[in-house]
Design a protein around this ligand. Structure first.
Ligand code: MLT
Length: 311
């Protein structure tokens, strides 16, 4: 059996492939789509992260492919229908990076509230701007979570320790389950109206696509803050730009963009906008976890037919 790895994967995962008798692994980074199409045929397993485009054309060329494993959660880069039609099993690792992702959202809330990126830039340029960089306390503020699944719940737990009040909109979770977590379940409109901070922890679907737009921003508290460390395309970036420029929102923090990298986005010119380049899952610990998990899952399927975390 042969496995192809097309993106950097922690040694912990590569070692599992290497140590498995009867399995050969090839690490081929930076292949163009055309090169990948010409390379894929002999492989039974493909391990990817978020950047390898698994298109219908690639699937067609992948004559022997049985399993695609994503070290991470999002499958936006995979044509799930085309793979499923061919009977290829798709797996992700839904647990390995959730703590890291939640920590990133909390870091964004704090960085935004205390102007940490702006203050760092200002001081490095030789200025000492204590008045201009005055921030906000988060204690006793209301944090509204859009999505209270794996990651949203951890954010809630950490934010509660910071003495925030937590409300959440999640149509897929029973209100009683949220109440048990000390999170108040609310309707979407109520979340918009009551939150001082809104943090998104939902996948990008037809329902969530551009759900934060001119109209929904218009229902938010004046001076609210928005954090998106989930998926690009859930926030309409043009509408966000207007809301930040006019100071309708106090600030926003994005880790994810509709197009990644976002290039010359207008948002980059705004002082009250902070951002990171999709670093939500980027810690050594999370990358080791997802690499190990994806390797174990691919091996278990190829050698024993065991399916774990199928998408
Ligand atoms: C994920 O889907 O696991 C995260 O967005 C992180 C990533 O894509 O690497």
């Amino acid at each position: 059996m042969k496995v192809l790895v097309t993106e950097p994967l922690s040694e912990a995962g590569l070692e599992i492939f290497r140590q498995t008798p009867g399995l050969a692994v090839d690490l081929r980074l930076g292949l163009s789509p055309e090169e990948l199409r010409r390379t894929i045929a002999p492989y039974h397993g493909l391990a990817i992260r978020g950047e390898t485009s698994v298109t219908a054309e690639l699937i067609e060329a992948a004559e022997n492919l049985k399993v695609i494993g994503r070290a991470g959660v999002g499958m936006d880069n995979v044509d799930i229908r085309a793979a499923s039609r061919r009977g290829i099993v798709l797996m992700n690792t839904p647990e390995g990076n959730i703590i890291t992702a939640a920590e990133h959202a909390i870091a964004m809330i704090l960085a935004l509230s205390r102007n940490i990126p702006q203050a760092t830039a200002s001081l490095k340029e030789g200025r000492w701007e204590k008045d201009r960089l005055q921030g906000r306390e988060i204690c006793n503020k209301t944090l509204g979570l859009i999505g209270a699944g794996h990651i949203g719940r951890i954010v809630a737990e950490k934010a509660r320790a910071l003495k925030m009040k937590i409300i959440a909109y999640d149509p897929y979770i029973k209100p009683t389950a949220l109440e048990k977590l000390d999170v108040e379940p609310v309707a979407f409109e109520e979340l918009l109206e009551k939150s001082d901070y809104i943090s998104i922890h939902a996948p990008k679907t037809n329902e969530t696509s551009n759900m934060i737009n001119r109209e929904t921003i218009g229902r938010m508290k004046p001076g609210a803050m928005l954090i998106n460390c989930a998926r690009g395309g859930i926030v309409d970036e043009d509408d966000l730009y207007e809301a930040l420029r006019s100071k309708r929102l106090w600030g926003a923090a994005l880790d994810v963009f509709a197009n990644e990298p976002p290039g010359k986005s207008k948002l980059m010119s705004l002082e009250n906008f902070i951002c990171t380049p999709h670093l939500g899952a980027s810690t050594r610990e999370a990358q080791e976890n997802v690499a190990r998990e994806v390797a174990e899952q691919i091996v278990a399927y190829l050698l024993h037919g065991t399916v774990r975390n199928a998408v």
